[in-house]
Design a protein around this ligand. Structure first.
Ligand code: PEP
Ligand code: MN
Length: 251
């Protein structure tokens, strides 16, 4: 999954969508409703952003993942999104969790910044018990005493979540790192721990991005990250095949 942090304009979104689609992405990300820590930061284009996401889907065939922040917006966002994103700041908004649980779309549930994995699973259970079993869990870094990165990527979260549930688990290296140089290597780590995917911020000119420019990859950086990941995914497949053979031998 790849795309800009925020939907900013038709050109920004469509150029990015086309590029990431041609480079192997399956899902386009882009926020229309932005949960910003500061009220002075760009808050998203709202419904205009949703309409641009629809346009990008029509142009590229990519599925759309976008955040829903409020219970009142669930039906509106579901008209445009293929996957409903519940952001870190909303992981414990239980009325929102129940509302996406009643919605006929898969949900991408991001781990809260200070949430334990047990709490993340409890939030997933709220969605499931409200009627929606199609949930993707996302590790996006947690808040620790470390300041060298925006958040601390808890890479162990992936195998832990996979032992306690059958849900797909993906990693967001962009919000974990906070700086673009670290994104490809963290994506590589996600591949090595058998994550089911990554969600990455990409922008045509990150320095001009309205949000999260520092952690957004340029098109060129996204292309080389995708190329680099191929090798690691091939290794992973090989290792899994070998493991299956070993299990067969032991039996
Ligand atoms: C996002 O993915 O746009 C986002 C705001 O991420 P998070 O909820 O993980 O901070
Ligand atoms: Mn962002």
């Amino acid at each position: 999954m790849a795309g800009p942090c925020s939907v900013e304009s038709e050109k920004q979104l469509l150029d990015t969508a086309e590029f990431v689609a041609n480079t192997g992405a399956r899902v386009l990300r882009g926020g229309a409703f932005k949960p910003r820590s500061s009220p002075y930061s760009f808050q998203g284009l709202g419904i205009e952003g949703l309409k641009l996401l629809r346009k990008a889907r029509e142009a590229t065939g990519l599925a759309i993942v976008t955040e829903v922040m409020a219970e009142a917006d669930v039906d509106l966002v579901a008209e445009y999104a293929d996957i409903m994103q519940v952001g870190s700041r909303s992981m414990e908004n239980f009325s929102l969790l129940e509302a996406v649980g009643r919605c006929p779309r898969p949900v991408l549930l991001k781990r809260g910044m200070t949430a334990t994995l047990e709490e993340l699973m409890q939030s997933a259970q709220v969605i499931a018990m409200s009627g929606n079993p199609d949930i993707i869990l996302c590790e996006r870094g947690i808040r620790t005493f470390e300041t060298a990165t925006r958040n601390t990527l808890d890479i162990a979260a992936v195998p832990v979540l996979k032992t306690v549930s059958r849900l797909p688990v993906i990693v967001d290296p962009s919000h974990a790192a906070g700086v673009r140089d670290l994104v490809p290597v963290l994506a590589r780590a996600a591949a090595a721990v058998d994550a089911d995917g990554v969600i990455v911020e990409v922008h045509p000119s990150p320095d001009q991005a309205w949000s999260d420019g520092d952690q957004s990859l340029t098109f060129g950086e996204f292309r080389s990250m995708m190329k680099d990941l191929q090798g690691y995914l091939a290794l992973r497949e090989e290792a899994q095949e070998r493991q299956l053979l070993n299990v067969g031998d032991a039996a």
